[in-house]
Ligand binder design. Structure first.
Ligand code: ADP
Ligand code: MG
Length: 394
């Protein structure tokens, strides 16, 4: 999609497009990546742990300041030309289409008291949209970083991510957690980001797949089942009910060793089997993040595979956010010899990840594609997730 490939000339191409659109060279070009989450799913609204890595796919934005309050945004990937807004009169939830993502960032910065006036923005992205790979966060973070640099706001990557999340939550109106924006802003090449979503403390965990002869495949199922939004709110509410009944601020506060006792208490308090299953998912998933980190720190990357598959079973059976296509990726990939696989992102479609020996990667991808064909599904899009750098000036 769009004009931005993965080559080093993307910055120049986007700058040239900017010049053609707005009649002058941009003040600068910035980039922010999409992400996949290795482990730690549906934990970020439970104050838990997540472990995303940045993809090489990224949003690239050419940006110049303006002296007035005119905000002009243009995407190489969306027909319809330049969208013009008033930076000083932005209205949350006013449905400005895709432009709400960059505009929401301007709004969030101004709401936080930062002196941001108008801007001309042209962007292009290679992050597949709506595939659970955070194309929206890439758009927000690239805008936030560009404005931070140009207006010399002095905000750090974490602060920019939080503002970008605010843009998506309160301006666009999507109740997402903070993982996507933090991943796009903070990830480092060759690493996964261990993030505590309660206090946003973080650590870069070495994740050099190539050095271990491994590959992590992303399988974009290209389906997005409609129940996604309501189901997300329902899972969130169920998890909050579990935490309330257990008398803790969030399910993150239940240690893994206390899970059986917590489940007994939920049953005694009359909480439904659903709330108990959601609780079990969150507590075991947080524990899986800790297990994966211990393995990566010990250099035992292969042993991560079965934990991914275990995580998938929990998302499928306890949280019930998977779907037939995602389940088929996991069963077909593991049957073909993959070390492990799981859905990644919110669920109900989108993408899965598969950990494979590098030399069996093509055969595994072929098996998954054949399984999709046999089931009558459209061919998935499969590509390697190479742990890449977070947002940066181009
Ligand atoms: P995801 O973040 O998983 O890709 P979302 O639904 O959160 O999915 O965000 C997708 C939306 O982000 C698109 O519908 C569009 O509004 C916006 N978007 C993403 N990439 C671009 C782009 N290159 N140009 C314009 N808008 C984009
Ligand atoms: Mg998104």
């Amino acid at each position: 999609m769009g004009a931005a490939g993965d080559g080093g000339d993307v910055t120049a191409a986007v700058a040239e497009q900017f010049q053609r659109l707005y009649g002058a060279a941009p003040e600068g070009v910035w980039a922010a990546p999409g992400r996949v989450n290795l482990i730690g799913e549906h934990t970020d609204y439970n104050d838990g742990f997540v472990m995303p890595l940045a993809l090489p796919h990224r949003a690239v934005a050419a940006v110049s300041r303006r002296k007035d309050h005119v905000l002009r945004v243009h995407s190489a990937d969306i027909p319809g030309g330049i969208v013009q807004l008033d930076a000083a009169a932005l209205v949350p939830l006013s449905d400005t289409g895709w432009a709400a993502y960059p505009a929401g960032v301007v709004w969030a910065l101004r709401e936080a008291g930062h002196e941001v006036a108008g801007a001309d923005i042209h962007l292009a992205s290679t992050v597949p949209t709506g595939a659970g790979l955070s194309s929206s966060a890439a758009l927000e973070v690239v805008t936030a970083l560009a404005l931070n640099d140009l207006y010399e706001l002095g905000l750090n990557a974490t602060e920019l991510a939080v503002l970008a999340q605010r843009a998506e939550n309160d301006f666009v109106g999507v109740p997402c957690g903070v993982m996507d924006q933090m991943a796009s802003a903070c990830c480092a090449e060759g690493h996964a980001l261990h993030l505590d979503t309660r206090d946003l403390t973080q650590r870069q965990v070495p994740f050099d797949l190539a050095a271990h002869g491994l590959r992590l495949l992303v399988v974009d199922t290209r389906v997005k089942h409609e129940l996604g939004d309501g189901a997300y709110a329902e899972r969130r509410a169920g998890c909050e009910a579990g935490a309330r009944a257990l008398g803790v601020p969030a399910l993150r506060d239940i240690p893994y060793g206390e899970l059986p006792a917590a489940l007994d208490r939920l049953a005694a308090a009359g909480e439904s089997g659903t709330v108990r299953a959601y609780t079990r998912h969150v507590v075991t998933e947080n524990h899986r993040v800790e297990r994966v980190i211990a393995l990566l720190d010990a250099g035992d990357v292969r042993a991560v595979g079965p934990i991914l598959t275990e995580g998938h079973a929990s998302l499928r059976d306890d949280l019930r956010v998977s779907c037939a296509e995602l389940d088929l990726v996991v069963t077909s990939a593991t049957a073909a010899g993959a070390l492990g696989a799981r859905m990644t992102g919110g669920g109900f479609g989108g993408s899965a990840i598969v950990l494979v020996e590098a030399d069996t990667s093509d055969a595994t991808a072929k098996s998954v594609t054949e399984a999709f064909a046999a089931a009558g599904y459209a061919a998935p899009r499969i590509f390697p997730a190479i742990p890449s750098r977070g947002a940066h000036r181009g």
